[in-house]
Design a protein around this ligand. Structure first.
Ligand code: S3P
Length: 433
């Protein structure tokens, strides 16, 4: 589906962003691993997280849709059923990387995972390596792609240094650690989103955090709260926030959004660029101690002039999904913005370095790719034109925001890709005009 987005006069109103995608995936998987039922409220009903519900059902969990939420009845840590059909992760990279952590410990059972064309381009060697070190058997297409098979076994704890700051890999290893013999220590090069650690702490799992080292101790049982409410997704809210920052005269209130410090990089970078965003971000704890709950706050946004900035490598994991929006905002600042140390962007739903360069150049921006990032030379405005989402939900929504802030509007090709994380995006943005 193609849509023409005309320039907006202003963005005005209140928005409750959809439920957090990362937390929804994790809560569904954890509830499947638990013995007692969990009522999940505000679960994200989008393509990615529906793939996760289908996957846990294939593994034996029961998912009941009730008026008050999703009741998930799990099978316990060690009792995942071997499905008769391959597990289809759809477009969901988080499901692709997290679920094998659980499956790796299902002694004697085999599981095949596959997904769409984008998933088949995304490497799984990053999880296969630590899981093999723990004792699992993994056979992948061309050594590192889906479709691939995980054969579970009795796992042993390991000391693992993550080669990249990836919350998906950290979470995969942490999940496998629950069923392993002895503790597992994971060292992160830079902090990444910590939803897994928070949920593990809530589930009564023994965790130790010393600086960049996280130790997870095995357990017999996850004791999750009876009810878990998923907060709104800051990565989804970021699209409307960027629109309100860029369209003169705008004022937006995003209500009750996650302000977890491991997800707040976008807001901090935008504030540094001069955006007026008032909110109560969670502070980064000095000792990296593991919090249990997910903090939420309102986010009050007003349009204003922007200046260029440099995004450094250690900020990248804290804003990784929002970096295309930073590049868009940089087009509206005067001067050079650099995004550095972001090679991971090449391995997302699309090669997002190439996708952002193509999209923004087609709209008249001066933008170039580096090996591990982007350089944008901003001229204070953006002409407009056509953006092809090419199956990437965040590029589809980037095109829409660009259209609202552009001089001539933007036609977005394949805008339906937004349904992977934000099915009502077009309607909710239209209501803010
Ligand atoms: C995610 C982690 C990030 C992010 C992805 C979701 C998660 O990936 O880009 O959209 O839920 O753990 P990496 O951890 O691989 O960087």
């Amino acid at each position: 589906m193609n849509v023409q987005i005309d320039p907006a006069e202003r963005i005005k109103g209140r928005l409750t962003a959809p439920a957090d995608k990362s937390i929804s995936h994790r809560v569904a998987i954890f509830a499947a691993m638990a013995d007692e039922p969990v009522l999940v409220t505000n679960y994200l009903e989008a393509e990615d997280t529906l793939s996760t519900l289908a996957a846990i059902e294939q593994l034996g969990a029961l998912v009941e849709r009730r008026a008050d939420g999703l009741m998930i009845r799990g099978v316990g840590l060690r009792n995942a059923q071997q499905p008769t059909q391959p597990i289809d992760v759809g477009n969901a990279g988080t499901l692709l990387r997290l679920l094998p952590g659980w499956l790796a410990g299902q002694d004697g059972s085999s599981f095949e995972l596959d997904g769409d064309a984008s998933i088949r381009r995304r490497p799984i060697d990053r999880i296969a390596e630590p899981l093999r070190l723990m004792g699992a058997e993994i056979e992948a297409t061309d050594a590192c792609f889906a479709p691939f098979t995980v054969t579970g076994s009795r796992l042993n704890g390991i000391e693992y240094v993550l080669p990249v700051a990836s919350a998906q890999v950290k979470s995969c290893v942490a999940i496998a650690a629950l069923i392993a013999e002895g503790p597992t220590t994971i060292t992160e090069p830079d902090p990444s989103r910590d939803h897994t650690e928070r949920l593990l702490a809530q589930a009564g799992v023994k965790l130790e955090r010393e600086g960049d080292r996280l130790t997870v101790f095995p357990t017999d049982e996850l004791t999750l709260p009876e009810q878990i409410k998923i907060p709104s997704d800051p990565s989804s809210a970021a699209f409307a926030i960027a629109a309100a920052v860029l369209v003169p005269g705008s004022r937006l209130l995003v209500e009750d959004c996650s302000v977890n410090w491991t997800r707040s990089g976008f807001i901090k970078i935008a504030q540094r660029m001069g955006a007026v965003i008032i909110t109560d971000l969670e502070q980064r704890p000095k000792d990296r101690s593991t919090a249990e709950s997910e903090p939420v706050s309102d986010i009050d946004v007003t349009a204003g002039p922007l200046k260029p900035t440099t995004v450094a490598a250690d900020e990248v994991p804290l804003a990784v999904d929002e970096l295309p929006l930073i590049a868009l905002m940089a087009c509206f600042a005067e001067g050079e913005t650099r995004i550095e140390g972001a090679a991971e962007l090449r391995l997302k739903e699309s090669d997002r370095i190439a996708a952002v360069v193509t999209a923004l150049s087609d709209l008249g921006a001066e933008v170039e790719a580096t090996e591990d990032g982007l350089i944008v030379n901003g001229h204070g405005s953006l002409r407009g034109g056509q953006v092809d989402a090419a199956g990437d939900h965040r590029i589809a929504m980037l095109g829409v925001v660009a259209g609202l802030a552009s001089q001539q509007g933007v036609e977005v090709l394949g805008v339906e890709a937004a349904s992977v994380s934000y099915p009502n995006f077009l309607d909710e943005i239209a209501a803010l005009r």
